[in-house]
Design a binder for this molecule. Structure first.
Ligand code: SAM
Length: 285
């Protein structure tokens, strides 16, 4: 992009979005992802857009007019969506859920061959890989236990999925939620940090998927993790997606939301359970 154009945005005249422009971005994001941007996110949007425009040869006002007409070229659309979404994640987030999975649910479901687990909105992979590490730990700690799993990680953001597929994490990323023992047991040094060992990686496959689109073709699951993503959606959309997730759970299958999320009332297919200090939801038969 020309430096003059960037100055237009970053200089005095154009370093803020007008309310109408902010509204156009909000509508765009809602239409394509279901994410509802609160009023107080205007500053965040401005700063992320500024970063994005620095790397593109198009102008700010051009983007806004494309947005309004819903004609933003596909590549820019992807970049804009990825710039506006949050891929924050870390290892064993809500650790008690993983303890429950490893010690209770995997043994309980071990007759299923394979146990099918879906990490919906898996960001850069820490969630499905934490599940994979639990599987190895369950086998290691109970040598007689035969557990076979198939873990699917999906996300809207292709750039996050690329990181997930490479499974290479920096010192900082591996320091978040991973104990030194597990890091030593399941990671190998890599020029860019630490790479997860193939024995865990091969349990997980990744696919790009927007939760607004149909996901019935994924088949049925014993367990679904859908954590820290529905919080960004409107209550109505949240309900619709939860209904569709419940349809994909096998009878008596389990749904995990994050520890700070809960199910809206009136979702008849799912019943809350609290066990070992963890709340999760079971698909009614
Ligand atoms: C905050 S991260 C949560 C990651 C992980 N589940 C966790 O709890 O640590 C939210 C993820 O949701 C993804 N996301 C946002 N909207 C989505 C949509 N409509 N469909 C699929 N994924 C979406 C984002 O790309 C991001 O990677």
């Amino acid at each position: 992009m020309s430096s003059g154009r960037f100055q237009e945005l970053s200089g005095n005249r154009r370093d803020r979005l007008t309310q109408e422009e902010f509204q156009a971005i909000r509508e765009f994001l809602y239409r394509h992802t279901g994410i509802v941007l609160a009023d107080n996110k205007r500053y965040l949007v401005e700063s992320r857009l500024r970063d994005l425009l620095q790397s593109h040869s198009t102008s700010f006002s051009q983007w806004i007019s494309y947005l309004r007409a819903d004609t933003l070229p596909a590549e820019f659309r992807t970049r804009l969506i990825e710039a506006l979404t949050t891929n924050e994640t870390f290892w064993f987030r809500d650790a008690q859920q993983f303890e429950l999975l490893q010690n209770q649910l995997l043994p309980k479901l071990s007759h299923r061959r394979p146990i099918r687990i879906w990490s919906a909105a898996c960001a850069t992979g820490q969630e499905p890989y934490s599940i994979g590490i639990c599987v190895h730990e369950a086998r290691r700690l109970k040598p007689g236990l035969k557990v076979e799993v198939q873990i699917l990680g999906t996300d809207l953001a292709g750039s996050a999925l690329q990181i997930a597929k490479q499974a290479v994490y920096s010192d900082l990323a591996t320091a978040r939620g991973l104990s030194p023992e597990l890091k030593q047991r399941y990671f190998l040094p890599h020029p860019n940090g630490w790479q997860l060992k193939p024995e865990v990686r091969r349990l997980v496959s990744f696919q790009q998927l927007n939760l607004l689109d149909s996901f019935a073709a994924l088949g049925q699951f014993d367990l679904i993790f859908c954590r820290n993503v529905l919080i960004y959606f409107s209550p109505e959309l949240r309900r619709q997606i939860l209904e569709r997730l419940a349809e994909l759970l096998l009878p008596h299958g389990y749904l995990f939301l994050s520890s700070t999320e809960s199910l809206p009332p009136g979702l008849n297919r799912l019943s809350p359970v609290i066990a070992h200090g963890v709340r999760y939801y079971v698909r009614n038969a």
